[in-house]
Design a protein around this ligand. Structure first.
Ligand code: ARG
Ligand code: ZN
Ligand code: CA
Length: 254
């Protein structure tokens, strides 16, 4: 495809406390991170080890706050919903007004991104393409959202949304979701086979599954490292996301 795909985003802020009612500025900080990370404009990309430099991709996808709501009226792309729920889990209750959350906007026209307090240390979760429209989108904890306000270290660089939007565009975890085995796949050709997830701030190289000398591509957005330690998608991942935009999510390019 020639040119960049632009995805309208609606951010549904679901809050009980004042702190959970994250600011417009915090929302903007998150959208900026997405636009940097999916266009290879993130300044930390220069930390990719030399041996992996050829893999680094511009995914060619940008995100813009929705300017028109589902009824055709003007919007700033942010909805604010008061809730009595003290927290949410990965059960989609945040996605429905009937369960203390906010209803999705039509998922063929908007990326729905819900922000709220999540329980049990959950940073976020995503729905893969092909699922029910009412629950389509990504959910991000208010403590892992954007780069200011309630965003808290080590998840305060907006990378949880980068990771979850990767899933929303059909990317799998880079280690293949097979526990720590070497038989799982992320169905991407240019990512090294990797045993399990990496966490924290690994030191290069981190070898597993006979992938010496370069080891795991732990600095990839689809691993589980800290925000400061992840800074790239690969060409293969970019292709897989673009294939998703040709198929399940083609409504965003038509
Ligand atoms: N779904 C993952 C979780 O909730 C998100 C991991 C995001 N990683 C990050 N460095 N922000 O654990
Ligand atoms: Zn994930
Ligand atoms: Ca594996």
């Amino acid at each position: 495809r020639a040119g960049v795909v632009r995805i309208p985003v609606v951010v549904h802020v679901v809050h009980r406390t004042a702190e959970e009612d994250v600011s417009d500025e915090q929302v903007r900080s998150q959208i900026e991170v997405l636009n940097r990370d999916f266009r290879r404009r993130n300044p930390d990309v220069d930390q990719v080890p030399e041996v992996f430099a050829d893999l680094v991709a511009d995914a060619g996808i940008e995100f813009e706050p929705a300017t028109t709501d589902p009824d055709g009226g003007p919007t700033d792309g942010i909805t604010r919903t008061r809730t009595t729920a003290s927290s949410f889990a990965d059960d989609d209750r945040i996605k429905s007004a009937g369960t203390g959350g906010a209803d999705a906007w039509p998922s063929e026209r908007y990326l729905n991104l819900w922000v709220g307090r999540l329980s049990g240390g959950l940073l976020g979760y995503a729905q893969f393409p092909g699922g029910p429209p009412e629950t389509d989108g990504v959910v991000i904890a208010h403590t892992a959202f954007g780069t200011l306000g309630t965003a808290a270290e080590p998840f305060d660089l907006g990378r949880t949304a980068t990771h979850e939007v990767g899933h929303w565009l059909n990317l799998r975890h880079i280690w293949g979701d097979d526990g720590t085995g070497c038989s799982g796949s992320d169905f991407v050709d240019d990512t090294p086979n990797q045993a399990g997830e990496n966490t924290g701030r690994p030191r290069f190289p981190s070898v597993s599954c006979d992938n010496a000398p370069n080891g795991d591509l732990f600095m990839n957005y689809m691993d589980y490292v800290d925000d400061v330690a992840m800074f790239m998608f690969t060409n293969g991942q970019a292709q897989r996301m673009q294939a998703c935009l040709d198929n399940d999510r083609r409504s965003f390019v038509e």
